[in-house]
Design a protein around this ligand. Sequence first.
Ligand SMILES: [Zn+2]
Length: 91
Amino acid sequence: MIKCIEESVKDKRESLSFEELIRWRRISEKEMENLNKQLSKLQKTLVIINKDIWNKCDHKWNKVEGATMGDLCSKCCENCNLYNVRSLYTN
Ligand SMILES: [Zn+2]
C-alpha cells in the first residue's frame, strides 16, 4: 500500500512544474495541519473515554508480560486493557 502511494507520488512529481509543486506543497501542508488538529482532538477524546472506561470497568488485573517490580505499569486489565495506575486516567 505504502509502496503504491510512493510510486504514484513519483509519477506525479516528474510531470509537475515549479508553480504546481509550490501549490501541491501548500495543499499538503494545509492537509497536515488539519490532520494534526484532528489527531489532537482525538487524543483528548481518548483521554475522556479512558477515564469513563476506568470508572465503569469491573477490572480484572493481569501481570504485564516482562514487567518487573519497579515498573509503574505492571498490571493490565483483561477487560479494558488499561493499566492499574489510577492517576493515568483520573486526572
Ligand atoms: Zn478494566
